[in-house]
Design a binder for this molecule. Structure first.
Ligand code: SAH
Ligand code: DHB
Ligand code: MG
Length: 220
């Protein structure tokens, strides 16, 4: 009952606050047609990510976990002039759908989509000398602590690291749940707590994606 209400309120807020966005609707439709899992960020979280990009005047953004490009498009649109978003995706089928969606949303020139496992691709980004203003981590939760560590290297001081899905219906505190995803999420908390390179916090969220949360950390 309450969960239904959270989802309804989320829909209501999106309808009453966000402008209609035929491009993003077409992206979600294309994802559905291609059989991608519907695990994109919610419309309101997408607008939040865009807002964060604008707040840090982002010209260089890193995303780990592209899926169909729904979150990437919203961040790409919010980049400062000449900006570029690097997004990493392990599944070539997802990447193919994302590529078509980037063209559909007219952001191809602002997006650098790389296909491969993020842990294989991240060292190359360090070698290329990137300094990102913001990193959004939203891929395999098992590796979240490792991704945060790479983000500490790749994000400039004053930049932001945002990690999706850090609450998972409260399963983080259910010690009986030792699934790799939950173990990975708990390791992220442990790593962030110790890491003097970050000032982290978490926002719990409810809505169309259930009860979850995002970690937001400033690179010190
Ligand atoms: N950020 C997207 C949703 C990402 S879903 C959006 O909001 O639109 C998570 C994605 O991470 C999936 O497409 C999955 O294939 C990808 N993924 C999983 N493991 C990965 C890995 N090791 N490296 C890169 N991508 C990975
Ligand atoms: C899953 C992954 C996500 O990134 C998300 O936002 C929701 C669900 C999943 O793997 O189930
Ligand atoms: Mg997610």
């Amino acid at each position: 009952m309450t969960e239904t209400k959270f989802a309804e309120v989320d829909h209501w807020i999106a309808r009453h606050l966000l402008p209609a966005d035929p491009q993003l609707e077409a992206v979600l439709k294309a994802n559905q047609v291609a059989g991608l899992p519907a695990i994109d960020v919610s419309p309101l979280l997408g607008s939040f990510l865009a807002l964060m990009c604008r707040l840090v005047h982002a010209r260089h953004v890193l995303e780990v976990g592209t899926l169909g490009g729904y979150s990437a498009i919203q961040m790409a649109r919010a980049l400062a002039d000449g900006g570029r978003l690097v997004t990493l995706e392990a599944d070539p089928r997802h990447a193919e759908v994302a590529r078509a969606n980037f063209a559909r949303a007219d952001v191809t020139k602002r997006v650098d989509l790389r296909v491969g496992k993020a842990l294989d691709l991240l060292p190359g980004l360090v070698d290329e000398g990137h300094a990102f203003d913001l990193a959004f981590i939203d891929a395999d939760k098992e590796n979240n602590a490792a991704y945060a560590d790479w983000a500490a290297t790749l994000v400039r001081p004053g930049g932001l690291v945002i990690v999706d899905n850090v609450v998972r219906e409260g399963r983080i505190l259910d010690e009986e749940d030792q699934s790799p995803q939950l173990v990975g999420t708990r390791s992220l908390y442990a790593a962030m707590r110790m890491d003097r390179r970050f000032e982290p916090t978490v926002l719990q969220t409810v809505g169309v994606k259930g009860w979850d949360g995002i970690m937001i950390a400033r690179r010190i």
